[in-house]
Design a protein around this ligand. Structure first.
Ligand SMILES: Nc1ncnc2c1ncn2[C@@H]1O[C@H](COP(=O)(O)OP(=O)(O)OP(=O)(O)O)[C@@H](O)[C@H]1O
Length: 313
């Protein structure tokens, strides 16, 4: 394997910016790095700038400012050095739809150095049984898998997956997760963008959440969720007003529906259950859960918007 000259980081972005014609800045100075063999997820609200960022990393466009290195090279200026070592799964592959699955992969293999045998690539993504089918007859999920087969064809050291499981059913999604994990376990570095927070929570070792062109938070999934509150929800019986809840439990009430947000789930839940027991109150639909990435994400999107609103006043 070639040395990357990067002290273990195979992707490095520093103060990266990207402006489109007309001056709109979609990426506004982001800095992050991905270590060899790491699975890093880039998350964000719609239009946050994820695809614009990934295209810079893939060398499909040049940044308007800042630097990007992939495997120690500038992926735009030194494309010839980088391209054979990366695999790219775009959001929409766009294949000639009259070709069969095998013909499509074979055609792609012709442009890929050291390509895997076609049957191996198809088996990897669970498309072996569809080898003779024309691309136009594939389902949306099967097309996504064909996209993935093409990205994996050259046994890439760095794999870019842009929304890899969009359109896949639950089983297909889990199969793809399994495959992505196997690739990571064999040393492939993976940069993933996704709208599915569960996907990022399950797969990513580290992640960054983007909002309006900036990275708002970054860390391991546990670090990103750690600062967020856990929550307890339940419905009080009609005859018990929310005001009767213990003062220490800071709760939001919508009629009889109660939501408690807490940084000490065990203590708050214990206190609530003791009170309910002593008062003989039944808590309907009781649900207690630790902060998830989804809540962290929503919190970030909301608080940023609130902060911006306050700033604008
Ligand atoms: N070619 C372009 N010209 C002008 N603006 C663009 C272009 N491509 C994207 N944008 C704008 O840049 C911003 C970021 O888009 P981008 O596709 O990178 O976001 P994203 O995070 O990938 O969004 P999504 O999750 O919706 O796919 C958006 O406001 C988008 O409208």
């Amino acid at each position: 394997m070639e040395t990357d000259g990067t002290d273990g980081y195979v992707i490095e972005a520093a103060e990266l910016r990207r402006s489109y014609t007309g001056g709109y800045e979609a990426v506004s100075g982001i800095t992050f790095s991905v270590a060899r063999g790491e699975l890093f997820a880039l998350l964000g609200t719609n239009g946050a700038g994820k695809t614009s960022t990934v295209e810079l990393l893939e060398g499909l466009a040049a940044p308007s400012a800042g630097t990007v290195r992939v495997l120690g090279h500038d992926p735009y200026r030194e494309r010839a050095a980088v391209r054979p070592r990366i695999g790219v799964m775009l959001q929409e592959g766009g294949f000639p739809s009259d070709l069969t699955v095998t013909e499509t992969v074979r055609m792609w293999a012709g442009c890929t150095s050291g390509a895997r045998p076609v049957p191996e690539a198809l088996d990897l993504v669970g498309l072996g049984h569809r080898a003779r089918v024309r691309v136009k007859q594939l389902s949306g999920g099967e097309r996504r898998r064909l996209d993935l087969a093409l990205a994996l064809l050259g046994r890439p050291e760095v794999l870019f997956l842009d929304e890899p499981t969009t359109g896949l059913d639950a089983e297909g999604r889990r199969d793809t997760w399994e495959l992505v994990r196997e690739l990571r376990d064999t040393g492939t570095t993976v940069l993933l963008t996704t709208h599915y927070l569960e996907e990022a929570e399950t797969l990513a070792e580290r992640l960054a959440i983007m909002h309006e062109g900036r990275i708002v938070t970054t860390g391991t999934p546990a670090e990103v969720t750690a600062s967020r509150p856990s929550r307890i929800r339940f419905v009080l019986p009609r005859e018990v007003p929310a005001a009767r809840l213990p003062l220490a439990l800071c709760a939001a009430a919508e009629g009889q529906r109660i939501e408690i947000r807490t940084h000490d789930l065990q203590r708050s839940l214990g206190e609530l259950l003791r009170w309910a027991e002593e008062s003989g109150v039944r808590l309907e639909g009781l649900d207690a859960r630790s902060a998830s990435l989804e809540e962290a994400f929503l919190d970030i999107a909301r608080s940023r918007t609130d902060a911006e609103l306050e700033g604008a006043l």
